[in-house]
Design a binder for this molecule. Structure first.
Ligand code: C2E
Ligand code: CA
Ligand code: CA
Ligand code: CA
Length: 276
């Protein structure tokens, strides 16, 4: 029995090692990827329902590993977050998105702003505000050209400093939105204190409309609540016209999802984005 226990222990350790190894491998690869610029951004447009045109685009990070191929963000962003590598990586994303926004502007594209996802570490970093304002200045962008998306759990990690940072970003004139709304743990009263202009209805709710009664109710209530507070609503993960029609009947402001377009490199959007 004693040796059996030892074997179980060994087996357990071996498993732990595999998981830790996989993580360490991603971590090492990430460092190299930053140096060798293996990252690029894809953009997914957001449709203004009333204007019937694309007014903004969300930047989404892609990692093209030379041997392992495309690694999805859900697999490497948590590691980047834990190791702190998200700070240089996040700075690169912000810089690249601002550069692209300036390019669109110079090309006379109608797109009004670019939305960038912000991680928890980035949000509380004391270099964020300076970095963002320098980027806007460098690219001659007015602050309304940039939107930052923050999840509820990101903001709740360190509520006090997050709130202070969000207020500073807002003071700069940057648009703020709450990502994955409805999936976090924050109370609705917290929403009242966040200086945000938009919330993004999580795709898990959008997926089940119009058939599912509970999802219908959540979408309707969220949109009414947001509008009452003067906050816009972006629906994410819109895949069908039935979903779009239902969201339209609720006066949802912006629609984003495969129905309108998959995330694509900026040069592949050039034909789709309407010229001024
Ligand atoms: P997210 O911010 O909630 O982004 C939306 C995700 O939904 C994206 O996945 C997008 O490709 C996907 N999506 C868009 N339309 C549809 C649709 O119609 N149906 C379905 N089923 N999915 C749709 P992606 O690109 O794999 O990104 C996953 C997550 O990784 C993002 O979720 C975000 O949390 C994170 N992420 C991506 N880029 C960045 C970044 O630059 N910085 C940080 N901190 N996080 C990022
Ligand atoms: Ca997002
Ligand atoms: Ca989201
Ligand atoms: Ca998400």
């Amino acid at each position: 029995a004693k040796s059996e226990g030892r074997n179980t222990f060994r087996f357990f350790c071996a498993e732990m090692n595999t998981a830790a190894q996989a993580r360490m491998e991603i971590e090492n690869d990430l460092r190299q990827a930053l140096e060798q610029q293996q990252f690029h951004l894809v953009y997914q447009p957001q449709m203004d329902r009333q204007q019937g045109c694309f007014v903004s685009a969300e930047a989404l990070l892609r990692w093209e590993h030379p041997q392992k191929g495309l690694i999805p963000p859900d697999r490497f962003i948590p590691v980047a977050e834990e190791t702190g590598l998200i700070l240089p990586l996040g700075e690169w994303v912000l810089a690249e998105a601002c550069r692209q926004m300036r390019l669109w502007q110079q090309q006379g594209q109608r797109i009004e702003r670019v939305a960038v996802n912000l991680s928890a570490r980035q949000l509380v970093s004391d270099t964020l505000i300076g970095h963002v304002s320098r980027l806007l200045e460098y690219h001659h962008l007015t602050p309304d050209r940039l939107e930052l998306e923050i999840t509820e759990s990101t903001a709740m990690r360190e509520p006090t400093s997050s709130l202070r940072q969000l207020q500073s970003l807002r003071d700069l004139g940057i648009r703020l939105s709450i990502d994955d709304f409805g999936t976090g743990h924050s109370s609705l009263s917290y929403l009242k204190h966040l200086p945000v202009q938009a919330l993004k209805l999580d795709k898990s709710f959008v997926r089940d409309i119009p058939d599912n009664r509970n999802s219908r109710a959540i979408c309707a209530a969220t949109i009414t609540l947001a509008h009452t507070m003067g906050i816009q609503v972006v629906a994410e993960g819109v895949e069908t016209t039935a979903q779009a029609d239902f969201l339209g009947s609720l006066q949802c402001d912006l629609l984003q999802g495969y129905l309108y377009g998959r995330p694509l490199p900026a040069d592949q959007w050039a034909a789709t984005l309407t010229q001024v």
